[in-house]
Ligand binder design. Structure first.
Ligand SMILES: [Zn+2]
Ligand SMILES: [Zn+2]
Length: 385
């Protein structure tokens, strides 16, 4: 693999990954992780920009001015999951785990920083270390950095994938990941005696009706080309065996690939709630809050990326995805600002791997060689050009 990390850079990358994995932090405030990243960058005589609650960025100048800069992003936050992998490098914090592999992203980008300092690229490279990817919309905050107030640039990020084989790179020329939204249904009624259900509407029955109707709706809207996901993840209702409750609530996640289908899904959910309200004689309110935009690759950038990858002898690793991933990612906000792409880097361990976010998710450290090679291919050593 061209631009393989040198043995000393590789050792540091593995060391960073293990340190970060043992010390995960969740959310937007990541005091220990921020301090660690800043310390590593300062050791390289770089001058990182840090904004409280908005992560770290650093500009590494290229040798040939006039080329478009490139923004590389790694996310740094963990998940509120208690690790169940029995690895020697397991999380030391109960209730926090790098189950999405963001520790590998951060470790690789720190390695890229070290390598860029000793072997500069022809172009300016801005490295971004972002907190709060997992539902905190950290990308929006990090984009406020002074280092990122640039009109013309390109942008690139990887995401490790614990069920794709090591040595594979999943990419898309268009939509790479779905839109995501969150919803809540509130159901209210007078409540009553459990012996006379015909007298009042039951939020239990209405909620159950909603779950079934939503399941049927996703089946109806899913096609071979485009999947729709609507998952109820919480249903709270009632607290006694002999009382029909006065209220109930449901929450969940929606995923769609095109804006058209997303709008259709939202409209049909409102119709379902309208029907349930009439049929059950209850007040039913549906609130949908906007999640993350879809992650959309720039087709011209992807063409450039494929050429660069082929030149580095990595073309055999590329796998075009047949349809977008239903995962969501706030790197979409970077891609709304500049052309670029995100790719999956295969990191599976064993025959029957658990997917990202599982307490049992494992990520092969060798996947970091692939990620490193991709970053350096897009910011090649200046003398090589
Ligand atoms: Zn995740
Ligand atoms: Zn992630």
């Amino acid at each position: 693999m061209a631009d393989f990390p040198s043995p000393n850079v590789w050792l540091e990358i593995v060391g960073h990954r293990r340190h970060l994995h043992r010390n995960p932090e969740v959310g937007i405030e990541l005091p220990k992780t921020h301090a660690y990243v800043i310390e590593q960058l300062r050791k390289l005589s770089l001058v990182p920009e840090f904004i409280e609650g908005a992560g770290v960025s650093v500009l590494i100048h290229g040798l040939k001015p006039g080329w478009r800069p490139i923004v590389f992003r790694a996310d740094m936050d963990a998940l509120p999951v208690t690790e169940d992998t029995e690895l020697p490098l397991s999380s030391l914090t109960s209730g926090a785990m790098h189950a999405c592999g963001h520790d590998l992203h951060t470790a690789v980008l720190l390695g890229v920083a070290k390598d860029l300092v000793s072997r500069p690229s022809f172009r300016d490279v801005i490295l971004v270390f972002q907190p709060g990817e997992e539902s905190h919309r950290g990308a929006v905050k990090v984009l406020e950095h002074g280092n990122l107030q640039i009109e013309t640039a390109e942008t690139f990020a990887v995401h490790v994938n614990s069920i794709m084989p090591v040595g594979s790179i999943g990419f898309s020329r268009g939509t790479f990941m779905a839109f995501g939204d969150w919803f809540q249904v509130d159901i209210k009624g007078p409540g009553g005696h459990a012996s006379a259900p015909e007298r009042v509407g039951s939020p239990v029955n209405a909620g159950a009706d909603f779950v079934l109707a939503l399941t049927n709706l996703t089946r109806e809207l899913t096609t071979d080309e485009e999947k729709i996901v609507a998952t109820v993840t919480e249903f709270l209702c009632g607290n006694a065996v002999n009382v029909i409750p006065t209220h109930g609530s449901l929450r969940g996640t929606l995923r769609a690939v095109s804006e058209l289908r997303r709008d259709r899904l939202h409209a049909m959910m409102h119709d379902i709630c309208g029907r349930i309200s009439i049929e059950h004689n209850l007040e039913v309110t549906l609130t949908i809050s906007e999640g993350y935009p879809a992650v959309v690759s720039d087709p011209d950038f992807v063409m450039e990326f494929e050429e660069v990858i082929a030149r580095e002898g990595l073309a055999g690793m590329l796998q075009e995805m047949d349809r977008p991933s239903m995962v969501i990612e706030d790197f979409s906000y970077f891609l709304q600002r500049w052309p670029g792409t995100m790719v999956y880097v295969g990191a599976a361990v064993g025959e029957d791997p658990a997917f990202n976010h599982s307490a049992e998710a494992l990520f092969d450290e060798d996947s970091m060689r692939t990620s490193f090679a991709l970053f350096r291919a897009l910011a090649p050593v200046a003398s090589a050009n």
